[in-house]
Write a protein that binds this ligand. Structure first.
Ligand SMILES: [Mg+2]
Length: 184
C-alpha cells in the first residue's frame, strides 16, 4: 500500500496572481479554459490537467494499492476542494470521498511532516515508536520546506514544481510514462 498526500496550491492548481512564481514547466501546464473558486472570489486554474486526470483515474481504480489524501496549508473547506478537483480532473466519485487535511487539522503540528505522522497514527498505520518506518508514504508538494519536513518523519517526497514532476508521479502511480491520446 502506498499513501499519497497531495498538496493543492501550486501543485494541483493555482491562481493567476501567482503565475509568475510558478516554475516554467508549471506555467506551461496551466489550463485557463476552466476555473473554480476554491475560495470565494478567487479563481483557480488546474495544473497538468490531463496528466493529473489520467493519474487520478488510475488511483481511483486502485484502492488496494493506493490511499490518497489532500494535505493543504490553506483553509479551503472540504466540499469546495472535492467539487473543484472533480471539475478539474474528473473522477467525481473518487474525489467526493477524498479525505482532506487543512490548516485547522492537527493545530499542534509544526509542519506537514508532523501532520502526516499524526494522520498516519490516527489511521493506526504508524505507531508512537516506529514513526513511518516500514510504510511507503509520499508527499507531493511544491515547497522544499514541506518536502523536507515529510522526509524528516520518514516519508518520501516528489517536487511538483520540478521539470521531472509528472515523470516521477507517473513512475510512482503507473509504473512508467503513459502516452496521452492525441488531441482531435
Ligand atoms: Mg503548495
Amino acid at each position: 500500500m502506498k499513501y499519497l498526500y497531495f498538496d493543492l496550491d501550486e501543485t494541483l492548481f493555482t491562481t493567476l496572481d501567482r503565475y509568475s512564481s510558478l516554475s516554467l514547466p508549471q506555467q506551461d501546464s496551466l489550463d485557463n479554459s476552466v476555473d473554480y473558486e476554491f475560495f470565494p472570489d478567487q479563481k483557480s486554474y488546474p495544473l497538468y490537467r490531463s496528466r493529473h486526470g489520467l493519474i487520478f483515474s488510475h488511483l481511483a481504480l486502485s484502492p488496494d494499492d493506493f490511499r490518497v489524501y489532500v494535505l493543504t496549508s490553506a483553509v479551503y473547506v472540504d466540499a469546495r476542494i472535492r467539487k473543484g478537483l472533480a471539475k478539474f480532473f474528473g473522477n467525481r466519485d473518487f474525489f467526493w470521498n477524498v479525505p482532506c487535511i487543512n490548516r485547522f487539522h492537527y493545530p499542534n503540528a509544526q509542519n506537514k511532516g508532523e501532520k502526516i505522522l499524526l494522520h498516519m497514527r490516527g489511521l493506526e498505520q504508524a505507531n508512537d515508536q516506529g514513526g513511518l518506518s516500514g510504510l511507503e508514504v509520499w508527499l507531493i508538494d511544491d515547497q522544499p520546506g514541506n518536502r523536507l519536513s515529510a522526509i524528516a518523519v520518514g516519508a518520501k517526497a516528489i517536487a511538483s514544481d520540478a521539470a521531472d514532476y509528472i515523470t516521477k508521479l507517473e513512475q510512482l502511480v503507473l509504473g512508467g510514462p503513459v502516452e496521452l491520446p492525441a488531441k482531435p
